[in-house]
Design a protein around this ligand. Sequence first.
Ligand code: HAX
Length: 437
Amino acid sequence: MDALKQKFFQKSSAIKQEIKELLAQNGNVLVDEVKLNQVFGGSRDIITMLWEPSLLDAQEGIRFRGYSLPELGEKLPKGKGKEPLPEGLFWLMLVDEIPTEAEVEWLSDEWERRSKVPAHVFKVLETLPAHTHPMTQFSIGINAMQTESHFARRYSEGMNKNDYWDAVYEDTMDLIARLPVLAAYIYRKTYHGGDHIKADRSLDWAANLAHMLGVSKSDDFKNFMRLYMTIHADHEGGNASAHTMNLIGSTLSDPYLAFAGCMNSLAGPLHGLANQEVIHWIFQMLNKLETRNPTKEQIASYVESTLAGGKVVPGYGHAVLRKPDPRFIEQMRFAKEYCPDDEIVNVVWKVYEVVPPILQGLGKVKNPWPNVDAHSGAILVHYGLDQYSFYTVLFGVSRAMGVLAATCWSRALGMPLERPKSVTLDWVKNFLAEKQA
Ligand code: HAX
């Protein structure tokens, strides 16, 4: 058993026991109450799930095992690069420890060792029409890889429930290892006529993805990919994609099937697809205004026309956050260092000055500030990755780390089938009538 797996087993066994004792004493303690507004309003804020890798604070933003993004920037190993390695974040999310440089190097090698995608997956992708959206291809590719699931095979052979964590750990490691290869294959197939680039075994996980995409040979792009993969990795458990993962996983569907579902959820424009929508919206605006350097007044009038058209301003707002997203700020920090003069990056910064007061003025938007998706596209365009339909795939590769780490925990802790309660409108009316009586 590898050292990470052993560490995870020891920690999760101890915490399983701790939870048992905690619930024996406190199982009936009330942690929340549900209002009708929440029943009709997308279940906002209702506490219903345990999710170990990260926790989101409405004001502060995301913390991974207690660490903010700037803190992670200081503490996580950086290997040969200048930004924290996502391998280190995965280690932290899984076992709640900041790894050493040597541990992270081991994980890079381990993922490289597990990275072979079976040939039939590529064959399946080749049968799809050329215009198939990259997220659809990604989801189909993940489903096609399910033939390799340790969990599915061992379950069908009668696996003991005490061993679920072991099979899920193996699937987690394989899947994370293979996703960059799958993503790069989809990118090169869709936009570069199938001119694929071989992995560079000397590179870490994110840098190798940057290499296989083949849009820029610069070390800066590798650094951006390391940062990108780190900041998108997890956003607690209630967001749509993570929750989908949790829900599907709770049926003991294997991690491949659950992760494909997770990606289908990420592919919605109110969620992960917003990163594609943002850059699409920016280029539409620049084309309409026939300038690459719009004034704030021009941007404001374009925002107004978006709203008047009954559409949302992509990249702005959030279901939980009430401040500018620290993931946006981290990307801004990167862009200020690496590409401060890029014209699209500068448009993103100008949009940041213009949009919040307009959304605030509507009086209904709870969070007028930018989210993670408002910035990423401009930096990708800077490095030559301007096929924005591909952007959510990159988000998905990163998100695998958080949701799969959480799935390891769910199976190790023996979490049951997820099954919240729904009601009908008649039920609500009767409930209110009885309450009044
Ligand atoms: N532009 C215009 N209107 C917006 C808005 C925006 N960016 N954000 C919210 N609103 C509107 C809502 O559509 C809603 O209007 P109605 O009452 O007319 O339906 C009203 O303001 C209240 O919404 P809210 O409570 O502030 O926001 P929600 O929790 O309902 O929704 C969303 C959160 C992220 C879906 C929303 O802010 C939005 O649509 N933003 C734009 C799309 C986007 O950037 N999504 C990515 C979010 C982050 C993420 O998941 N990344 O992957």
